[in-house]
Design a protein around this ligand. Sequence first.
Ligand SMILES: [Cu+2]
Length: 120
Amino acid sequence: MKSKSLKSLLIMTAVVAGTSAAFASSHGSAPMIKDDAKKETPAAASSDMADGEIRKIDMDTKKITIRHGEIKNLDMPGMTMVFQVKDPAMLEKVKAGDKIRFKAEKAGGAIVVTDMQPAK
Ligand SMILES: [Cu+2]
């Protein structure tokens, strides 16, 4: 389990690096300007909630695949990835395709969704 988590982290790092390179070459400076504007926005109470769209829910392994926007507290850009959940009951309230706002934290080498609510 531990080595698998590490491998996921390495893959994620590679994806992040690849994404940055792609932006630099094909999108010019537009994404960078957008990032800067976001950082200057005063932080609201909900600023550590990330936007996401559920792609897949696996009740057997208690894991959820989310295509998510930037997760500021994890310093993570938008991507699609698998999360563990703090409470399996969270998975019963949502379904694939749902738009959500959620909070994720690093816990024991994994990234765990600790809070999730429907996006308005
Ligand atoms: Cu991610």
